[in-house]
Design a binder for this molecule. Structure first.
Ligand code: GLC
Length: 421
């Protein structure tokens, strides 16, 4: 019996019998930072109790780039071991062929979702994944330290650099040896693509690949942004930042050892948690700009749920995807993990506003977040991103100047593009 006929059956008893007779053992593959895993398990327990199905979580490494590699292997092998994949916002165009079209199965609820989120998961009219939560990073700052040193919240990257240096030096002189000015995601992976897109776009240097597919990244504004970022390494940022992912940066900031941090929304609930040394001592603002005439840029992030074509339990898997994205579960996720929801109404929820002020505060930033060029570059996005983060990482680790690395990147992207993306 299909999900649709199960839902439309008029005889309640029959529907219950059908459900229990069809109890499925599902698996969901899921990367995790902070409390993602814990809250997912809690919600899965409810799903199991409601449906009689069981759900196993297959855990992934933190790096989205490592997850991408593993997913591609399973999907290429048409593995039926995984039913539901939690997918990064950028993957839909590259993975669409392996997933069922959710459109007919969520037609009754899709109008409640943030339209741009739905659009990001729609490839040639097919809904590849149902949006689970969004992301738009913030500049986290130590409000206590800014106040102590009479500094303003920085509006430009240059101001951020100067303030970070000043407070770091003063705190170290006063005995806080481990203090740094700024931490972010500098390892050679997708996270660096997100950070560097922000530095460049907010400095007027354009996109990695423009919306129309053209390549304009080899320009002086982009070089200027990368040169400034390279100056942070071993200065306001530890040398080790070149290996940092999200949780490394959060670890330093949350233990009280950084003035500024660039991170996604999940870090807000954790840094503000009862056991956090910086609880009550930090605040968030939008990422800096490059100065006059430029505007802030926050990369669009997020994770969404797709059902693979190779699943032997597609009906139950769709039921699970609907469950994890329903109002109650999105609300709980927003409150506990400060992840921006994908249901528009949750942003207006009074309990959310009272218990997690970051969500309504950040709605405009999420709405205006800058997508990566995954739609423009289609199947080649991962190679594009990898060429980009390599150019940035080389610049930051002293292997060539920004100008040299951007010139090489332009060649690499042009070759990757060929006659068309
Ligand atoms: C976050 C974002 C995701 C991005 C990743 C990079 O998980 O939600 O979109 O690709 O960070 O590290």
């Amino acid at each position: 019996m299909s999900l649709i006929s199960k839902m439309t059956t008029g005889i309640a008893g029959l529907a219950i019998m059908a459900t229990s007779a069809m109890a499925a053992d599902l698996s969901i593959v899921h990367g995790s930072v902070g409390r993602d895993h814990e809250i997912l398990r809690k919600q899965l327990d409810k799903f199991e109790a409601n449906t009689g199905n069981t759900v196993t979580i297959v855990s992934m490494p933190e790096s989205t780039s490592d997850q991408f590699g593993q997913y591609k292997l399973w999907l290429a092998a048409q593995s039926s071991d995984i039913d539901v994949y939690r997918m990064d916002v950028i993957w839909a165009p590259q993975m669409a062929a392996h997933f069922i079209d959710l459109n007919p199965l969520v037609a009754d609820i899709i109008g409640d979702f943030v339209p741009a989120a739905v659009e990001s998961q729609t490839v040639d009219g097919k809904l590849v994944a149902l949006p689970m939560f969004l992301g738009a990073p913030a500049l986290y700052y130590r409000s206590d330290l800014l106040e102590k040193y009479g500094e303003n919240v920085p509006e430009t990257w240059q101001e951020m650099t100067a303030t970070a240096q000043k407070i770091m030096d003063a705190e170290r002189a006063a005995g806080s040896d481990g203090m740094y000015g700024f931490v972010f995601q500098g390892a050679a992976y997708e996270g660096l693509t997100c950070n560097a897109q922000e530095w460049i776009a907010s400095n007027g240097g354009g996109r990695i690949v423009e919306l129309d597919g053209s390549i304009a990244i080899n320009n002086p504004k982009a070089a200027e942004a990368l040169t400034l970022a390279a100056s942070w390494v071993g200065g306001i940022a530890p040398e080790g930042v070149l290996n940092y992912k999200e949780e490394d940066a959060r670890g330093v900031f949350q233990s009280g050892n950084a003035v500024f941090m660039r991170n996604w929304n999940y870090a807000y609930a954790l840094a503000g948690g009862e056991d956090s040394p910086v609880r009550g001592k930090f605040a968030v603002t939008t990422l800096p700009t490059g100065g006059e005439g430029t505007s802030t840029a926050a990369t669009l992030g997020g994770w969404h749920l797709g059902v693979t074509k190779y699943s032997k339990n597609q009906d139950a898997a769709v039921e699970l995807v609907r469950f994890l994205t329903n109002y109650e579960n999105q609300k709980e996720r927003a409150i506990v993990t400060s992840r921006p929801p994908t249901l528009s109404a949750v942003y207006e929820d009074a309990d959310v506003a009272a218990q997690q002020e970051f969500i309504p505060l950040w709605k405009p930033v999420v709405d205006n977040a800058l997508p990566r060029p995954s739609a423009a570059t289609l199947r080649k996005y991962n190679e594009v991103s990898s060429a980009f983060w390599t150019a940035v990482h080389n610049t930051m680790s002293g292997q060539g100047s920004a100008e040299e690395n951007l010139a090489k990147l332009e060649q690499d992207l042009t070759r990757l593009k060929g006659p068309r993306w």
